[in-house]
Design a protein around this ligand. Structure first.
Ligand code: SAM
Length: 254
């Protein structure tokens, strides 16, 4: 019987917890999931320095389609960690590996980390009770656009709820918020269901958790003039009718 740790590293060194360090130190083998998110300073090298252990970068294929290697390590008595930027379960899921390990009699421990999901809700100062389903906006595949984000925003807005939009990471390229918002405007132009309007405000979180983080409220009609920092970025499409306190809170963003 071995331990499988799913460890959340937080968004940056400042948000890396003692509990995460303890679990990394208890692990014989450490995989770093480097494809579902990105941090400005939580790198393989940093983790190797603080743990004194070798860290293996794990690809999507290895974690999602080929868990045999991890199961073999657990079966041979090794404690294994899968470390993720942010939280290991929120908007990143290694649950199938956890379920498989548990079924085989290993002990699964989840170490929560500060997620971009919680971070942007907190920093936006919008009411946490008013967030609906979140969604990932992906790059078109073979020139075909995936309209799921448009549909999710539509359902959330019908209930006067806010939507968190995660942006795609493809072959090491991070979609930025301007590209993302332009895709949403393109979807509106195709669907014409009055879900997105050029008068809408989007909240953009940039490099959250890093020293140069920025949170801005941008009107879609002003998108061309928006100056953003480097990715990673995340977007909130607020509900259509904001509470007056939310309106004032948005004015405090910087
Ligand atoms: C699929 S989510 C993974 C979230 C991660 N499991 C967590 O709990 O933080 C990754 C996406 O969140 C956004 N994101 C992640 N870190 C961010 C950051 N520090 N600042 C802004 N956006 C970020 C980006 O859109 C990125 O593509």
């Amino acid at each position: 019987m071995s331990y499988l740790y799913l460890i959340g590293l937080g968004l940056s060194k400042k948000f890396f917890t003692n509990k995460a360090l303890e679990a990394l130190k208890q692990s014989d083998i450490i995989f770093l999931d480097y494809y579902t998110s990105f941090s400005c300073d939580l790198t393989k090298e940093f983790l190797e320095k603080i743990t004194g252990k070798e860290i293996t970068l794990a690809s999507r294929n290895m974690l999602e389609n080929n868990s045999n290697e991890i199961m073999n390590l657990l079966d041979s008595g090794k404690n294994v960690a899968i470390a993720s930027i942010g939280d290991p379960i929120i908007a990143t899921t290694h649950v199938s590996i956890a379920v498989e390990a548990n079924r085989k009699g290993h002990i699964v421990q989840v170490i929560p980390g500060i997620s971009v999901h919680c971070y942007i809700i907190s920093k936006s100062m919008l009411s946490s009770y008013k967030f609906g389903k979140s969604v990932t906006l992906v790059y078109p595949y073979d020139n075909i656009m995936d309209f799921t984000p448009y549909e999710v925003i539509k359902s959330n807005r019908a209930l006067n709820l806010h939507t968190i939009v995660y942006l795609d990471i493809k072959d090491g390229k991070f979609m930025n918020a301007i590209e993302g918002l332009k895709y949403l405007i393109e979807m509106e132009n195709v669907k014409k269901e009055n879900v997105i309007s050029m008068d809408d405000i989007a909240i953009i979180g940039q490099r959250l958790g890093c020293d140069d983080e920025k949170i801005s409220a941008v009107k879609l009609s002003d998108l061309e003039n928006a100056k953003l920092r480097d990715p990673p970025h995340i977007i909130i499409i607020p509900s259509k009718n904001l509470h007056y306190m939310e309106v004032e809170a948005i004015q405090c963003l910087h």
